[in-house]
Write a protein that binds this ligand. Structure first.
Ligand SMILES: Cc1cc2nc3c(=O)[nH]c(=O)nc-3n(C[C@H](O)[C@H](O)[C@H](O)COP(=O)(O)OP(=O)(O)OC[C@H]3O[C@@H](n4cnc5c(N)ncnc54)[C@H](O)[C@@H]3O)c2cc1C
Length: 411
């Protein structure tokens, strides 16, 4: 008998789940609260959609700090290679960029969504827009159907895949509905928190540096004197604090300690140890000995940063280099290797991903089926799985979606 499968949510995971269930023989209806599909995919990768990463499975999983190992099942059944092949077959050619990141050759996220829409149509999936699911109806621990927020209708089905996403960028439709649905059915929801998120700092001087990118720097986060982690690479100052790749990565652990207070320490010259730094500084100061200090650090720091940096050091920028005292030299070295920023919050709604969600302990990783309710499946960001930037989150959504859809159709 043909199974009736309902997919809740038309993002990356839901679209793939719908396709997968349909090609495996189910009668599929996808419910999306927006009037278009894949809104978040469209804005992903700054509109270019970093759809996956070519790293081998083991390394791939290391880039998913939030329960990456839970994904072994889904990633080995529908891998990054399978995804690339899938899109190539649909006419979306791909290219590989820095760090193994995979993008559509056209650089258009829209092409990814359009291809999925075509695939759904060809597979015979029915899509119902402006349909916000309120609850999964269950009897005797078995799925019976769905009910909606603003329609009295009851939709009967034997299987339901919850693919409602996380809570970031709520304007895209992902407002955490799936967490409520899961809780009502007895599932544990691990506290959802923003991850890969820009940080707000107390120091007002960051605003003057808005738009300035620092490359090859190291950021270390501390809370109550304990080191939370360290990242090397590129960061960016914003009008409220800091962002950029290394900040987004470290934000995962920072957010967990915000209540206790977090300090960031920026090493602006991580390639040099104290001795080397001292020598380099000495050399530059000899070279620029008669210049004002604000012009004496030009080989060391970006021009925009110099006056602010000297202000933090408490040194008059008009002073000539040869007037510097020993203490002042030490102060410069201290701040070059450990410029302090106090984190007071994060830009919650701008998080790339939500960490937390439906507990992986209650989901069978071989099928994505709930261990508590027969016929209930989860896919994508609604699950307590989160990765770093680089294509890991979309692949996680596509792989879990594929597996959930297939399992729902065949079980
Ligand atoms: C700005 C930004 C850029 C990103 N860039 C990348 C990137 O380049 N690469 C990468 O790997 N990851 C990226 N991510 C993360 C990635 O986009 C997400 O992890 C992924 O889209 C999650 O897919 P999902 O299908 O689980 O959830 P979503 O894409 O959030 O989709 C959930 C869908 O469910 C619908 N929905 C919610 N509740 C209901 C309901 N009650 N009834 C019906 N429908 C409902 C929503 O409207 C939405 O369409 C980015 C995220 C953001 C915010």
């Amino acid at each position: 008998m043909t199974k009736r499968v309902a997919i809740v949510g038309g993002g990356a995971a839901g679209l793939m789940a719908a396709y997968s269930a349909a090609v495996h023989g189910a009668k599929v209806t996808l419910f999306e609260r927006n009037n278009i599909l894949g809104v978040k995919v469209m804005i992903s990768g700054k509109g270019r959609c970093n759809l996956t990463n070519i790293k081998e499975l083991h390394e791939f999983i290391q880039n998913i700090p939030g329960n990456g190992r839970f994904l072994y099942g889904a990633l080995s059944r529908f891998s990054n290679r399978d995804l690339i092949e899938f899109f190539n077959r649909l006419g979306v050619e791909t290219k590989v960029e820095r760090g193994g990141r995979v993008f559509p050759k056209s650089d258009r996220a829209k092409d990814v969504v359009k291809a999925l829409e075509r695939a759904l149509m060809e597979a015979g999936v029915e899509v119902r827009y402006k349909s916000r699911v309120r609850e999964i109806v269950v009897e005797d621990k078995t799925v019976k159907g769905l009910v909606f927020y603003d329609q009295g209708e009851f939709f009967p089905c034997e299987k339901a895949v919850v693919a409602t996403g996380g809570m970031s960028y709520p304007s895209t439709g992902s407002t955490g509905d799936g967490y409520d649905m899961a809780r009502k059915l007895g599932h544990t929801v691990i506290e959802p928190r923003p991850s890969l998120v820009p940080l707000i700092t107390k120091e007002e001087w960051v605003e003057d540096l808005q738009g300035l990118t620092l490359k090859n720097v190291e950021v270390t986060a501390y809370s109550k004197g304990k080191k939370l982690g360290s990242q090397f690479g590129e960061m960016l100052f914003t009008h409220y604090g800091v962002s950029g790749p290394i900040i987004l990565t470290i934000s995962r652990s920072v957010v967990r300690h915000l209540d206790e207070g977090v300090t960031l320490s920026l090493n602006l010259k991580p390639a040099l140890n104290d001795e080397m730094l001292e020598r380099r500084l000495q050399r530059d100061f000899e070279k620029y000995s008669r210049k004002q200090l604000k012009n004496g650090l030009v080989d060391f720091l970006p021009k925009r940063l110099i006056p602010i940096f000297l202000d933090i050091c408490g040194i008059d920028p008009e002073k000539t280099v040869n007037q510097l005292t020993r203490e002042e030299r030490h102060k410069i070295i201290e701040n070059l290797t450990g410029l302090k920023l106090t984190v007071v919050g994060c830009m919650e709604e701008e998080a790339i991903v939500t960490s937390g969600g439906v507990s992986v302990k209650e989901i069978d990783s071989r099928t994505m089926e709930s261990k508590l309710i027969s016929g209930l499946y989860f896919a994508g960001e609604v699950i307590d799985v989160d990765g770093y930037t680089g294509g890991y989150n979309l692949q996680a959504a596509f792989s879990t979606g594929y597996l959930a859809g297939k399992s729902a159709a065949l079980s």
